[in-house]
Every structure is written in C-alpha cells, then in structure tokens.
Ligand binder design. Structure first.
Ligand code: ATP
Ligand SMILES: Nc1nc2c(ncn2[C@@H]2O[C@H](COP(=O)(O)O)[C@@H](O)[C@H]2O)c(=O)[nH]1
Length: 198
C-alpha cells in the first residue's frame, strides 16, 4: 500500500510554521514525523542536533550535496538549508506523514521531484505583525532579522503564483490557523490512523 502523502509547510520566517507543527505532533502522536533538515546556521538555545536540525558546516553540507544525498537545498539569510533523502525516508519507513518545513526555494525545488506532497503556505496577517513576532522571539540579531524580513517580502510575492500552494493559511488567530491546517490534512490523518489498526 502506498504510504501517506507528505506535507510541506512553507512561508516567511516567523509566520508560525514551527508553532503549528508542534501542535500537530502533540495532538497526533506517532501519526506525523518531522523531516530533520540540515543547516549551517548556529543552533538556538534549546535546539537539539538531530532533532530540530542536523547542524553541519558548509563544507560537510556541500560534500553531501555533491554526493547526491539531498532532495533539495537552498541558501536562506546567509546560511545553507536542505532536506536529505535520508530524512524523508526515515519518516516514510515508519509509515508516518512526513512534515517538511522549507522556504519558498525548497517548495519550487520539491516540485521538480516525485515526492508529491500537500503544499501549504503559512503567512502572517501583516509585515508589522511578522516583525513583532520575530523580535519577540528573540532569536535574531538585528542584521539577521532585517534579512529575514526582506526574504519575507519576496516570499509573500512569490507565493501569489497560482497553483503553487494547495492552501494558504493566514496565521492571525493560532487556533483558527490550526483548525484550517487539520482540516486539509484530515484525509491523510484518517488514512494513517486506519493503517495503524490493521
Ligand atoms: N497566531 C499567533 N499569534 C501570536 N504569536 C504567534 C502566532 N503563531 C506563532 N506565534 C509566535 O511567533 C513566533 C514565530 O513563530 P514560529 O517560530 O513558529 O515561526 P516559524 O514560521 O517557524 O519561523 P522560522 O521559519 O524562523 O522557523 C513564535 O514566538 C511564536 O510563538
Ligand atoms: N529550502 C529549505 N528551507 C528550509 C529547510 N529547513 C528550514 N528551512 C527554512 O529556512 C528558514 C529559516 O529557518 P530557521 O530555522 O533558521 O528559522 C525557514 O523559512 C525554514 O522554512 C530545508 O531543509 N530546506
């Protein structure tokens, strides 16, 4: 039997992707699995290597890309990010719904593969709100914050491309955004729950 369709969550940094993903994983234990990306950025306080990301050097990452080990990769805000084929396969081997958190370049690159995920864009209600959320998160320097806001403007423009996303969620009210996310994933969630019974 074919496994569940993966899910790609994209959207500007600070729009709320990780927050929504954490809620899904808490409410649907063992149904979803996270595709752990590689990145060359420094870990934030509390981030765990191998769980939040595989934190690697630029040299290590380039070597693995050259060896054909990545499904997609991109440069974002001065760092490299990428999804290894192994990260997706590890989740699919558990018959879980694979969740990928990637930027808009990742979306475009994944479209060229045979992954066939559901594409969801999580967007902030406004640039002002996005800036406030990123500042309040206290993870960025002023320089990286400005880079992320600039990338966000590009992201929001490119996201208007017809057909690029199956669903756009404006994350104003978190519970409303979460309901919309669950609704679009309902079929895959039910399919995965059913397969657990057999
Ligand atoms: N609906 C919401 N209302 C208010 N605050 C929110 C909402 N959703 C998320 N946040 C807060 O906004 C901040 C950014 O959210 P989050 O880290 O989930 O964004 P992200 O899209 O995963 O960012 P990145 O791409 O940088 O990882 C967090 O501090 C989070 O608690
Ligand atoms: N193309 C890819 N983009 C990725 C991947 N993993 C994360 N991301 C995106 O990077 C930015 C910044 O993330 P942060 O953790 O530094 O805040 C965000 O938009 C993510 O969606 C990946 O494997 N490929």
């Amino acid at each position: 039997m074919q496994g569940p369709r993966p899910v790609v969550l994209s959207g500007p940094s600070g729009a709320g992707k990780s927050t929504l993903i954490k809620k899904l994983f808490k409410d649907y234990e063992n149904i979803f699995g996270f595709s752990v990306s590689h990145t060359t950025r420094q870990p934030r306080p509390g981030e765990v290597n191998g769980k939040d990301y595989h934190f690697v050097t630029r040299e290590e990452m380039k070597k693995e890309i050259d060896a054909g080990e990545f499904l997609e990769h991109a440069e974002f805000s001065g760092n490299m990010y990428g999804t290894s084929k192994a990260a997706v396969q590890a989740v699919q081997a558990q018959n879980q719904i694979c969740v990928l958190d990637v930027d808009i370049q990742g979306v475009k690159n994944i479209k060229r593969t045979d992954l066939n995920p559901i594409y969801i864009s999580v967007q902030p209600p406004s640039m002002d709100v996005l800036e406030k959320r990123l500042r309040d998160r206290q993870t960025e320097t002023e320089e990286s914050l400005l880079k992320r806001l600039s990338a966000a403007r590009v992201d929001l423009e490119l996201s208007k491309e017809p057909g690029l996303f199956d669903l756009v969620i404006v994350n104003d009210d978190l519970e409303k955004a979460y309901s919309e996310l669950k609704e679009v994933l309902l079929k895959e969630i039910q399919k995965t729950q059913e397969s657990r019974k057999s």
